[in-house]
Design a protein around this ligand. Structure first.
Ligand code: NAD
Length: 423
Protein backbone atom coordinates (compact mmCIF):
# COMPACT_ATOMS: atom_id res chain seq x y z
CA UNK A 1 0.00 0.00 0.00
CA UNK A 2 1.40 3.37 -0.97
CA UNK A 3 0.55 6.15 1.52
CA UNK A 4 -1.81 8.69 -0.05
CA UNK A 5 -3.38 12.03 0.78
CA UNK A 6 -6.99 12.40 1.88
CA UNK A 7 -8.74 14.57 -0.72
CA UNK A 8 -12.14 15.94 -1.77
CA UNK A 9 -14.05 14.87 -4.87
CA UNK A 10 -15.87 17.32 -7.15
CA UNK A 11 -19.06 16.99 -5.02
CA UNK A 12 -17.18 18.02 -1.89
CA UNK A 13 -17.14 14.46 -0.53
CA UNK A 14 -14.07 13.25 1.38
CA UNK A 15 -12.01 10.56 -0.39
CA UNK A 16 -10.11 8.53 2.19
CA UNK A 17 -7.51 6.06 0.88
CA UNK A 18 -6.78 2.85 2.85
CA UNK A 19 -3.33 4.14 3.76
CA UNK A 20 -3.97 7.86 4.46
CA UNK A 21 -1.19 10.24 5.48
CA UNK A 22 -2.34 12.06 8.61
CA UNK A 23 -0.28 14.89 10.14
CA UNK A 24 -0.08 15.06 13.93
CA UNK A 25 1.15 17.65 16.42
CA UNK A 26 2.07 15.90 19.65
CA UNK A 27 1.66 19.08 21.71
CA UNK A 28 3.42 20.58 24.72
CA UNK A 29 3.43 19.72 28.44
CA UNK A 30 1.40 16.52 28.85
CA UNK A 31 0.95 16.44 25.04
CA UNK A 32 3.65 13.81 24.31
CA UNK A 33 2.25 11.46 27.02
CA UNK A 34 -1.36 11.67 25.85
CA UNK A 35 -0.38 11.61 22.17
CA UNK A 36 1.71 8.41 22.62
CA UNK A 37 -1.27 6.73 24.30
CA UNK A 38 -3.64 7.99 21.60
CA UNK A 39 -1.51 6.86 18.68
CA UNK A 40 -1.17 3.42 20.27
CA UNK A 41 -4.98 3.12 20.61
CA UNK A 42 -5.81 4.48 17.13
CA UNK A 43 -3.30 2.18 15.40
CA UNK A 44 -4.46 -0.84 17.41
CA UNK A 45 -8.12 -0.12 16.52
CA UNK A 46 -7.34 0.08 12.81
CA UNK A 47 -5.43 -3.19 12.96
CA UNK A 48 -8.17 -4.85 15.03
CA UNK A 49 -10.97 -3.80 12.66
CA UNK A 50 -9.32 -3.93 9.24
CA UNK A 51 -6.32 -6.30 9.65
CA UNK A 52 -3.76 -5.30 7.05
CA UNK A 53 -6.19 -3.67 4.63
CA UNK A 54 -5.97 -0.22 6.26
CA UNK A 55 -3.17 1.61 8.04
CA UNK A 56 -2.47 5.23 8.95
CA UNK A 57 0.80 6.80 7.83
CA UNK A 58 1.51 9.34 10.59
CA UNK A 59 3.42 12.50 9.64
CA UNK A 60 4.72 14.67 12.45
CA UNK A 61 4.35 18.42 12.03
CA UNK A 62 5.85 20.91 14.44
CA UNK A 63 4.02 23.55 16.46
CA UNK A 64 4.34 25.07 19.92
CA UNK A 65 7.40 24.75 22.16
CA UNK A 66 8.90 21.84 20.24
CA UNK A 67 8.72 23.90 17.02
CA UNK A 68 10.11 26.98 18.77
CA UNK A 69 13.07 25.06 20.20
CA UNK A 70 13.89 23.46 16.85
CA UNK A 71 13.14 26.28 14.40
CA UNK A 72 12.74 29.52 16.38
CA UNK A 73 9.10 29.73 15.24
CA UNK A 74 5.96 28.77 17.17
CA UNK A 75 4.03 27.79 14.07
CA UNK A 76 6.35 27.18 11.10
CA UNK A 77 4.94 27.75 7.63
CA UNK A 78 5.66 24.10 6.66
CA UNK A 79 3.32 22.95 9.44
CA UNK A 80 0.50 25.14 8.19
CA UNK A 81 1.15 24.03 4.62
CA UNK A 82 1.01 20.37 5.68
CA UNK A 83 -2.28 20.86 7.55
CA UNK A 84 -3.65 22.50 4.39
CA UNK A 85 -2.31 19.86 2.02
CA UNK A 86 -3.37 16.71 3.92
CA UNK A 87 -6.83 18.05 4.99
CA UNK A 88 -7.26 16.00 8.19
CA UNK A 89 -4.88 16.39 11.19
CA UNK A 90 -4.85 15.71 14.91
CA UNK A 91 -3.15 17.66 17.69
CA UNK A 92 -2.35 17.63 21.37
CA UNK A 93 -2.54 20.77 23.53
CA UNK A 94 -0.23 23.69 22.76
CA UNK A 95 1.29 26.31 25.05
CA UNK A 96 -0.03 29.78 24.37
CA UNK A 97 3.08 31.93 23.68
CA UNK A 98 3.45 34.78 26.18
CA UNK A 99 4.25 38.23 24.78
CA UNK A 100 3.82 39.73 21.31
CA UNK A 101 3.30 38.01 17.97
CA UNK A 102 0.86 35.12 17.87
CA UNK A 103 -2.06 35.44 20.29
CA UNK A 104 -2.83 31.76 20.34
CA UNK A 105 -1.58 28.94 18.11
CA UNK A 106 -5.00 27.32 18.13
CA UNK A 107 -6.66 30.53 16.96
CA UNK A 108 -3.98 30.97 14.28
CA UNK A 109 -4.63 27.45 12.94
CA UNK A 110 -8.41 28.00 12.94
CA UNK A 111 -8.08 31.31 11.12
CA UNK A 112 -5.54 30.14 8.53
CA UNK A 113 -7.68 27.15 7.53
CA UNK A 114 -10.98 29.00 8.06
CA UNK A 115 -12.22 26.19 10.36
CA UNK A 116 -15.60 27.73 10.98
CA UNK A 117 -17.13 24.95 13.10
CA UNK A 118 -15.86 24.05 16.55
CA UNK A 119 -17.51 20.68 17.11
CA UNK A 120 -17.87 19.33 20.64
CA UNK A 121 -19.87 16.13 21.25
CA UNK A 122 -20.90 15.80 24.90
CA UNK A 123 -21.72 12.25 25.85
CA UNK A 124 -21.53 10.47 29.20
CA UNK A 125 -19.67 7.18 29.54
CA UNK A 126 -21.36 5.05 32.21
CA UNK A 127 -19.41 5.18 35.46
CA UNK A 128 -17.56 8.45 34.86
CA UNK A 129 -17.77 10.58 38.03
CA UNK A 130 -20.13 13.51 37.45
CA UNK A 131 -21.42 16.40 39.58
CA UNK A 132 -24.99 16.03 38.27
CA UNK A 133 -27.65 13.48 39.27
CA UNK A 134 -28.49 12.24 35.78
CA UNK A 135 -25.44 12.60 33.51
CA UNK A 136 -26.98 9.92 31.24
CA UNK A 137 -29.52 12.54 30.14
CA UNK A 138 -26.77 14.69 28.62
CA UNK A 139 -26.19 13.76 24.99
CA UNK A 140 -25.52 16.85 22.90
CA UNK A 141 -23.37 17.93 20.00
CA UNK A 142 -22.32 21.58 20.09
CA UNK A 143 -21.64 23.47 16.85
CA UNK A 144 -19.84 26.62 17.95
CA UNK A 145 -19.16 29.31 15.34
CA UNK A 146 -15.40 29.65 15.26
CA UNK A 147 -14.47 32.71 13.18
CA UNK A 148 -16.67 35.67 14.18
CA UNK A 149 -18.26 37.36 17.19
CA UNK A 150 -16.45 39.28 19.90
CA UNK A 151 -13.60 36.73 19.45
CA UNK A 152 -12.67 38.18 16.05
CA UNK A 153 -9.83 40.03 17.80
CA UNK A 154 -10.88 43.59 16.87
CA UNK A 155 -10.21 45.41 20.13
CA UNK A 156 -8.72 48.72 21.20
CA UNK A 157 -7.26 49.63 24.52
CA UNK A 158 -8.52 52.61 26.55
CA UNK A 159 -6.42 55.74 26.00
CA UNK A 160 -5.15 54.82 22.52
CA UNK A 161 -5.73 56.86 19.38
CA UNK A 162 -7.93 54.04 18.00
CA UNK A 163 -10.17 54.11 21.06
CA UNK A 164 -10.48 57.90 20.76
CA UNK A 165 -11.40 57.69 17.06
CA UNK A 166 -13.94 54.97 17.71
CA UNK A 167 -15.49 56.96 20.53
CA UNK A 168 -15.74 59.95 18.22
CA UNK A 169 -17.48 57.85 15.61
CA UNK A 170 -19.94 56.52 18.20
CA UNK A 171 -20.67 60.09 19.30
CA UNK A 172 -20.98 61.78 15.92
CA UNK A 173 -22.09 59.07 13.48
CA UNK A 174 -24.15 56.84 15.76
CA UNK A 175 -25.39 59.52 18.14
CA UNK A 176 -24.78 57.07 20.95
CA UNK A 177 -22.00 58.74 22.97
CA UNK A 178 -24.12 58.72 26.10
CA UNK A 179 -24.22 54.92 25.99
CA UNK A 180 -20.51 54.78 26.80
CA UNK A 181 -20.77 55.24 30.56
CA UNK A 182 -17.12 56.12 31.27
CA UNK A 183 -15.74 57.34 27.92
CA UNK A 184 -12.33 58.47 29.17
CA UNK A 185 -11.32 55.00 30.35
CA UNK A 186 -13.33 52.73 28.06
CA UNK A 187 -11.69 49.98 25.99
CA UNK A 188 -13.69 48.62 23.03
CA UNK A 189 -14.27 45.29 21.29
CA UNK A 190 -16.13 44.77 18.02
CA UNK A 191 -18.58 41.92 17.49
CA UNK A 192 -19.01 41.04 13.81
CA UNK A 193 -21.76 38.48 13.10
CA UNK A 194 -22.57 37.93 9.42
CA UNK A 195 -25.29 36.21 7.46
CA UNK A 196 -22.77 33.99 5.61
CA UNK A 197 -20.96 33.11 8.83
CA UNK A 198 -24.22 32.19 10.53
CA UNK A 199 -25.59 30.27 7.59
CA UNK A 200 -22.57 28.02 7.05
CA UNK A 201 -22.56 27.15 10.77
CA UNK A 202 -26.31 26.47 11.02
CA UNK A 203 -26.30 24.54 7.72
CA UNK A 204 -23.56 22.23 9.08
CA UNK A 205 -25.47 21.69 12.32
CA UNK A 206 -28.74 20.81 10.53
CA UNK A 207 -27.00 18.52 8.05
CA UNK A 208 -25.24 16.76 10.92
CA UNK A 209 -28.53 16.36 12.82
CA UNK A 210 -30.24 14.86 9.75
CA UNK A 211 -27.29 12.55 8.96
CA UNK A 212 -27.13 11.29 12.54
CA UNK A 213 -30.92 11.07 13.04
CA UNK A 214 -30.92 13.58 15.88
CA UNK A 215 -34.26 14.97 17.11
CA UNK A 216 -33.61 18.73 17.24
CA UNK A 217 -31.29 21.65 16.51
CA UNK A 218 -31.40 24.50 19.03
CA UNK A 219 -30.12 27.98 18.15
CA UNK A 220 -28.66 29.43 21.36
CA UNK A 221 -28.33 33.23 21.38
CA UNK A 222 -28.74 36.49 23.33
CA UNK A 223 -30.89 38.10 20.65
CA UNK A 224 -33.16 39.66 23.24
CA UNK A 225 -30.33 42.09 24.11
CA UNK A 226 -27.97 42.07 21.11
CA UNK A 227 -30.65 42.31 18.46
CA UNK A 228 -28.60 42.92 15.32
CA UNK A 229 -25.86 40.40 16.04
CA UNK A 230 -27.28 37.52 18.10
CA UNK A 231 -30.88 38.32 17.10
CA UNK A 232 -29.89 38.14 13.45
CA UNK A 233 -28.11 34.84 14.13
CA UNK A 234 -31.44 33.42 15.26
CA UNK A 235 -33.43 34.90 12.35
CA UNK A 236 -30.89 33.93 9.68
CA UNK A 237 -30.75 30.44 11.20
CA UNK A 238 -34.53 29.94 11.01
CA UNK A 239 -34.65 31.40 7.50
CA UNK A 240 -31.90 29.12 6.25
CA UNK A 241 -33.58 26.07 7.83
CA UNK A 242 -36.87 26.87 6.05
CA UNK A 243 -35.23 27.73 2.73
CA UNK A 244 -32.74 24.85 2.42
CA UNK A 245 -34.29 22.05 4.48
CA UNK A 246 -38.01 23.00 4.30
CA UNK A 247 -39.69 19.60 4.06
CA UNK A 248 -37.35 17.89 6.53
CA UNK A 249 -37.77 20.28 9.45
CA UNK A 250 -40.38 21.80 11.75
CA UNK A 251 -39.39 25.08 13.33
CA UNK A 252 -40.65 26.90 16.39
CA UNK A 253 -40.87 30.01 14.24
CA UNK A 254 -43.45 28.11 12.19
CA UNK A 255 -45.24 27.06 15.39
CA UNK A 256 -45.43 30.69 16.51
CA UNK A 257 -46.79 31.77 13.13
CA UNK A 258 -49.43 29.02 13.13
CA UNK A 259 -50.39 29.92 16.69
CA UNK A 260 -50.92 33.50 15.59
CA UNK A 261 -52.89 32.53 12.47
CA UNK A 262 -54.88 29.52 13.65
CA UNK A 263 -54.61 29.33 17.45
CA UNK A 264 -52.64 27.36 20.01
CA UNK A 265 -54.40 24.01 19.65
CA UNK A 266 -53.87 23.94 15.91
CA UNK A 267 -50.20 24.90 16.28
CA UNK A 268 -49.61 22.16 18.87
CA UNK A 269 -51.33 19.57 16.68
CA UNK A 270 -49.24 20.58 13.69
CA UNK A 271 -46.06 20.28 15.71
CA UNK A 272 -46.97 16.89 17.16
CA UNK A 273 -47.68 15.59 13.69
CA UNK A 274 -44.32 16.88 12.41
CA UNK A 275 -42.44 15.18 15.26
CA UNK A 276 -44.42 11.98 14.69
CA UNK A 277 -43.43 12.11 11.00
CA UNK A 278 -39.76 12.18 12.05
CA UNK A 279 -39.09 15.80 11.15
CA UNK A 280 -36.15 17.58 12.73
CA UNK A 281 -37.30 20.27 15.16
CA UNK A 282 -35.52 23.64 14.95
CA UNK A 283 -35.94 25.74 18.07
CA UNK A 284 -34.15 28.55 19.85
CA UNK A 285 -33.37 29.43 23.42
CA UNK A 286 -31.76 32.42 25.07
CA UNK A 287 -28.24 31.63 26.29
CA UNK A 288 -28.74 32.34 30.01
CA UNK A 289 -31.87 30.21 30.08
CA UNK A 290 -29.99 27.50 28.20
CA UNK A 291 -27.33 27.39 30.92
CA UNK A 292 -30.00 26.49 33.45
CA UNK A 293 -31.78 24.13 31.07
CA UNK A 294 -28.65 22.01 30.63
CA UNK A 295 -28.81 21.32 34.37
CA UNK A 296 -32.60 21.06 34.66
CA UNK A 297 -33.68 19.37 31.43
CA UNK A 298 -30.68 18.34 29.31
CA UNK A 299 -32.73 15.57 27.67
CA UNK A 300 -34.66 18.26 25.75
CA UNK A 301 -31.59 19.27 23.71
CA UNK A 302 -29.67 17.40 21.05
CA UNK A 303 -27.68 19.43 18.48
CA UNK A 304 -26.77 23.00 19.48
CA UNK A 305 -25.81 25.79 17.06
CA UNK A 306 -24.42 28.89 18.70
CA UNK A 307 -22.09 31.87 18.44
CA UNK A 308 -18.43 31.88 19.39
CA UNK A 309 -18.52 33.26 22.95
CA UNK A 310 -21.70 31.43 24.00
CA UNK A 311 -20.24 28.25 22.55
CA UNK A 312 -17.06 28.62 24.56
CA UNK A 313 -18.95 28.78 27.87
CA UNK A 314 -21.54 26.16 26.94
CA UNK A 315 -19.00 23.56 25.76
CA UNK A 316 -17.09 23.58 29.03
CA UNK A 317 -20.21 23.75 31.21
CA UNK A 318 -21.56 20.68 29.38
CA UNK A 319 -18.18 18.93 29.53
CA UNK A 320 -18.22 19.31 33.33
CA UNK A 321 -21.53 17.43 33.50
CA UNK A 322 -20.05 14.34 31.82
CA UNK A 323 -16.64 14.22 33.51
CA UNK A 324 -14.70 17.34 32.57
CA UNK A 325 -12.15 18.35 29.97
CA UNK A 326 -10.01 15.25 30.60
CA UNK A 327 -12.58 13.23 28.62
CA UNK A 328 -14.11 15.81 26.25
CA UNK A 329 -13.04 15.67 22.63
CA UNK A 330 -13.20 18.41 20.03
CA UNK A 331 -12.63 19.27 16.39
CA UNK A 332 -12.35 22.36 14.22
CA UNK A 333 -13.80 21.81 10.78
CA UNK A 334 -14.48 23.52 7.46
CA UNK A 335 -17.06 21.23 5.86
CA UNK A 336 -16.68 22.97 2.49
CA UNK A 337 -12.94 22.52 2.00
CA UNK A 338 -12.79 19.34 4.10
CA UNK A 339 -10.08 20.76 6.38
CA UNK A 340 -10.34 19.44 9.92
CA UNK A 341 -8.13 19.45 13.00
CA UNK A 342 -9.12 17.08 15.80
CA UNK A 343 -7.82 18.12 19.21
CA UNK A 344 -7.73 17.59 22.94
CA UNK A 345 -9.87 20.20 24.66
CA UNK A 346 -7.68 20.49 27.77
CA UNK A 347 -4.45 22.49 27.97
CA UNK A 348 -0.85 21.43 28.46
CA UNK A 349 -1.06 21.02 32.29
CA UNK A 350 2.73 21.70 32.41
CA UNK A 351 3.08 20.61 36.05
CA UNK A 352 2.29 17.05 34.98
CA UNK A 353 4.47 16.93 31.85
CA UNK A 354 6.28 13.56 31.40
CA UNK A 355 4.62 12.03 34.47
CA UNK A 356 2.59 9.52 32.42
CA UNK A 357 -0.34 10.13 34.77
CA UNK A 358 -2.89 12.30 32.93
CA UNK A 359 -6.08 11.13 31.25
CA UNK A 360 -5.59 10.58 27.50
CA UNK A 361 -9.37 10.18 26.82
CA UNK A 362 -9.87 13.68 25.39
CA UNK A 363 -7.33 13.12 22.61
CA UNK A 364 -8.32 9.47 22.11
CA UNK A 365 -11.98 10.49 21.65
CA UNK A 366 -10.88 13.25 19.28
CA UNK A 367 -9.29 10.42 17.31
CA UNK A 368 -12.67 8.64 17.42
CA UNK A 369 -14.28 11.77 15.96
CA UNK A 370 -11.58 11.77 13.29
CA UNK A 371 -12.38 8.16 12.36
CA UNK A 372 -16.10 9.03 12.17
CA UNK A 373 -15.27 12.00 9.93
CA UNK A 374 -13.22 9.66 7.70
CA UNK A 375 -16.01 7.08 7.59
CA UNK A 376 -13.98 4.51 9.60
CA UNK A 377 -16.92 3.86 11.91
CA UNK A 378 -15.94 0.34 13.03
CA UNK A 379 -12.61 1.57 14.42
CA UNK A 380 -14.42 4.46 16.16
CA UNK A 381 -16.93 2.07 17.74
CA UNK A 382 -14.38 -0.38 19.04
CA UNK A 383 -12.42 2.39 20.78
CA UNK A 384 -15.59 3.69 22.44
CA UNK A 385 -16.38 0.14 23.62
CA UNK A 386 -12.86 -0.28 24.97
CA UNK A 387 -13.00 3.03 26.81
CA UNK A 388 -16.43 2.28 28.27
CA UNK A 389 -15.35 -1.15 29.52
CA UNK A 390 -12.12 0.20 31.05
CA UNK A 391 -14.13 2.78 32.99
CA UNK A 392 -16.65 0.12 34.13
CA UNK A 393 -13.68 -1.98 35.36
CA UNK A 394 -12.57 1.12 37.29
CA UNK A 395 -9.01 0.92 36.00
CA UNK A 396 -8.55 4.64 35.42
CA UNK A 397 -6.12 7.57 35.52
CA UNK A 398 -5.67 9.72 38.63
CA UNK A 399 -8.39 12.29 37.83
CA UNK A 400 -11.14 9.64 37.84
CA UNK A 401 -9.43 7.47 40.46
CA UNK A 402 -9.75 10.26 43.04
CA UNK A 403 -13.52 10.48 42.49
CA UNK A 404 -14.41 6.77 42.23
CA UNK A 405 -14.87 4.21 45.01
CA UNK A 406 -12.75 1.05 44.82
CA UNK A 407 -10.94 2.11 41.66
CA UNK A 408 -7.40 1.14 40.59
CA UNK A 409 -5.10 3.93 39.42
CA UNK A 410 -3.27 3.29 36.16
CA UNK A 411 -0.78 5.35 34.19
CA UNK A 412 -1.62 7.13 30.92
CA UNK A 413 0.16 4.41 28.93
CA UNK A 414 -1.48 1.62 30.94
CA UNK A 415 -4.91 3.14 30.36
CA UNK A 416 -4.27 2.94 26.62
CA UNK A 417 -3.44 -0.78 26.99
CA UNK A 418 -6.64 -1.29 29.01
CA UNK A 419 -8.71 0.23 26.22
CA UNK A 420 -7.03 -2.00 23.63
CA UNK A 421 -7.57 -5.09 25.81
CA UNK A 422 -11.27 -4.20 25.98
CA UNK A 423 -11.94 -3.51 22.27
P1 NAD B 1 -4.99 22.95 31.55
O1 NAD B 1 -6.14 22.30 30.87
O2 NAD B 1 -3.66 22.68 30.96
O3 NAD B 1 -4.91 22.42 33.05
C1 NAD B 1 -5.82 22.72 34.08
C2 NAD B 1 -5.92 21.54 35.03
O4 NAD B 1 -6.80 20.58 34.46
C3 NAD B 1 -4.61 20.78 35.25
O5 NAD B 1 -3.86 21.32 36.30
C4 NAD B 1 -5.08 19.39 35.55
O6 NAD B 1 -5.41 19.30 36.92
C5 NAD B 1 -6.36 19.27 34.75
N1 NAD B 1 -6.15 18.54 33.49
C6 NAD B 1 -5.90 19.08 32.25
N2 NAD B 1 -5.78 18.11 31.35
C7 NAD B 1 -5.96 16.95 31.99
C8 NAD B 1 -5.95 15.58 31.60
N3 NAD B 1 -5.74 15.21 30.33
N4 NAD B 1 -6.17 14.63 32.54
C9 NAD B 1 -6.39 14.97 33.81
N5 NAD B 1 -6.42 16.24 34.26
C10 NAD B 1 -6.20 17.22 33.35
O7 NAD B 1 -5.28 24.51 31.64
P2 NAD B 1 -4.32 25.73 32.01
O8 NAD B 1 -3.46 25.36 33.17
O9 NAD B 1 -5.22 26.89 32.10
O10 NAD B 1 -3.40 25.97 30.71
C11 NAD B 1 -2.03 25.52 30.57
C12 NAD B 1 -1.53 25.88 29.18
O11 NAD B 1 -2.30 25.20 28.17
C13 NAD B 1 -1.60 27.37 28.82
O12 NAD B 1 -0.45 27.71 28.05
C14 NAD B 1 -2.84 27.46 27.95
O13 NAD B 1 -2.80 28.56 27.09
C15 NAD B 1 -2.77 26.16 27.20
N6 NAD B 1 -4.07 25.68 26.67
C16 NAD B 1 -4.05 25.07 25.45
C17 NAD B 1 -5.22 24.54 24.92
C18 NAD B 1 -5.15 23.85 23.59
O14 NAD B 1 -4.09 23.70 23.02
N7 NAD B 1 -6.27 23.43 23.01
C19 NAD B 1 -6.41 24.63 25.65
C20 NAD B 1 -6.39 25.23 26.91
C21 NAD B 1 -5.21 25.75 27.42
Amino acid sequence: MTPQKISLDSNGKLIVPDNPIIPFIEGDGIGPDVWRATKRVLDAAVEHCYNDSRKIEWKEILAGEKAYNKTGEWLPKESLDAAKEYLVSIKGPLTTPVGGGIRSLNVALRQELDLYVCLRPIHWFVGVPSPVHYPDRVDMVVFRENTEDIYAGIECQAGTEEAEKLLNFIRTEMNAGDKVRFPETASFGIKPVSKEGTERLVRSAIQYALDHKRSSVTLVHKGNIMKFTEGSFKNWGYELAAREFGDKIYSWAQWEQTKKDKGLDFANEEMEKAVHDGKLVIKDVIADNFLQQILLAPQDYSVIATLNLNGDYISDALAAAVGGIGISPGANINYKTGHAIFEATHGTAPRFANTDTMNPSSLILSGVMMFEYMGWDDAAKCIKNGLQTSIMHKRVTVDFYKLMDDATQVKTSEFAEEIIKNF
